[in-house]
Design a protein around this ligand. Structure first.
Ligand code: CA
Ligand code: CA
Length: 225
């Protein structure tokens, strides 16, 4: 009799545990739904400014594709691009380290100065949004960009950097620093203090930068595929 009561108690406890677990996972899935990353195609930008020397070009289009040599690996990149298109900052006059660096022409260390593109984005809640970009880099002089919001260019949006995975599409969220030229992971983010419509902007750091998509997430542990 005592054993039966104990068993009953254990079963009861287990049942309660299952209900609590179900409720917990229910809450978790609700939270996850809200925290889904905001994904945006790079080619969907709605405006471009300060673009007299360098300009973002949507690829493929007939004009730009005809200018890319057949053996250029970027020629094949479109096949791996989301939505069948990507953007590239052209012309690209500094391709290797040996090519002359000209500030304000093929290199812009200051954020928000050259080739600024805009994306209106509805932000659901205030928070710290990590910015990931899917980029295609072929060398050491086409792998940097800046990100800003509503005309502001905060420190943690500056000098997004890629090193690994040349000639492939690569998601990255890392900031180049004096000590780490390849970038410190998860140091690229925008702090947004209120929900509503915002304008996310990118500007040139290095010409030739090639970009397929970007995403915003409040989850520091989120990793794109
Ligand atoms: Ca370049
Ligand atoms: Ca795309």
């Amino acid at each position: 009799m005592y054993a039966m009561r104990t068993l009953g108690s254990v079963v009861g406890t287990l049942t309660l545990a299952v209900i609590v677990a179900t409720q917990a996972s229910g809450n978790e899935s609700t939270t996850t739904a809200i925290d889904q990353p905001i994904m945006i195609e790079a080619e969907s930008f709605t405006a471009q400014r300060n673009d007299d020397l360098r300009r973002w070009t949507v690829i493929p289009n007939n004009e730009s594709s005809s200018k890319i040599p057949e053996n250029d690996q970027r020629k094949q990149a479109a096949e791996g691009a989301s939505n069948g298109a990507y953007i590239r900052l052209l012309p690209d006059t500094r391709v290797t380290h040996a090519d002359k660096l000209i500030r304000g022409e093929n290199f812009s260390p200051e954020a928000g100065k050259m080739a600024v593109i805009s994306y209106p984005v509805e932000i659901p809640k205030a928070g710290r949004y990590y910015v990931w970009v899917r980029a295609f880099s072929t060398g050491s002089e086409d792998n940097g960009i800046h990100v800003g919001i509503d005309g502001e260019w905060p420190e943690h949006g500056q000098r997004m950097q890629w090193c690994e995975g040349k000639n492939t599409w690569r998601w990255q969220c890392a900031q180049r620093t004096e000590k780490q030229h390849c970038g410190v992971p998860m140091e690229i983010y925008l702090d947004i203090d209120a929900p509503g419509k915002k304008t996310i902007e990118f500007s040139m750091r290095e010409d030739g930068f090639t970009m397929d998509q970007f995403l915003l997430t409040t989850d520091k542990n989120y990793r794109p595929e």
